[in-house]
Design a protein around this ligand. Sequence first.
Ligand code: DGT
Length: 229
Amino acid sequence: LHERYEEWLVKKNKFSLPAPVVVAVEGNIGSGKTTLLNHFRQHPDVEVLEEPVDKWKNVGGKNLLELFYTDCQRWSYLFESYAVLSLMKIHKKPHVTPVKMIERSVYSGYFCFEHNLCKSGMMSKVEHSVHNEWFNWITKQQQPHLDLIIYLKTSPETCMERIKARNRSEEKTIPMELLNALHERHEEWLIQGKFPVPAPVMVVDGNRDLEEMITFYKKNDQYILGMKQ
Ligand code: DGT
C-alpha cells in the first residue's frame, strides 16, 4: 500500500505541474512587439523567441527582406514560403521554461501578410493556391500550438511614427496604405473572426508611449502570463 501511495504522489506531482505555455505576440509592423518581448525576456519563467528577421536579411548572402520591399510582386511568394519555414522552426523549438513567448506565428504570416499580398495583387492566384496547400499541409502535420495570443492593437499612424524613428533601411518604402491594410487584416483575423483563431486573444492597447507600455507590463506581467487571475 505504501509503495502504491508513493507512486500516486509521484503521478500527482507530475500532473499538477503547470503545463508549458506558448504565447504569441501579434500586431502590425511597428506596433511595439519588441518592447513587450524585451520586458518579458527578463522574467525567469519566460523564454523569448523573436521573429527571424536577421535570417530573412541574409539568405545565402542575399537580403530577402530588401528584395521583398524592392520588388514585392517578384519576391512575395518566396518570402512567404521562407517565412513559414523559419516561423515553423520557432514553433517547434523545445523550451524548458514554463512559458515560451514568440514574436508572431505562422498564423499571422498567412492570415495577415499572405492574404494581404493576395488581396493587393502582389501575389498571383496560382502562387496563393500553392501557398495555401503548403500552409494547410504543414500546420496539419506539425500542429503549431498556441495557448494565448497577445494582440497589440496600435493605430497605423503610431506604427508609422515608430517605423520612421527606428529607420530600418529595408522599411524606408513602407507606405501608409500597407500599414492600414495590415491593420485591417489583423482586425479581421483576431477581432472579427474571419479566419480561424488558434488561441484566446488578449487585446493590449499599443498606442501609449513606450515608457507607459513598460509600466503597464511591469504592473500586469503576472496576469498576462496567466499566473494571477
Ligand atoms: P515591432 O516591435 O512591433 O515594431 O515589430 P517589428 O516591426 O520589428 O516586427 P514585424 O514582425 O512587424 O516585422 C518585421 C519586418 O518583417 C517588417 O518589415 C515586416 C516583415 N514581416 C514580418 N512578418 C512577415 C510576413 O509573414 N510576411 C512578410 N511579407 N513580411 C513580414
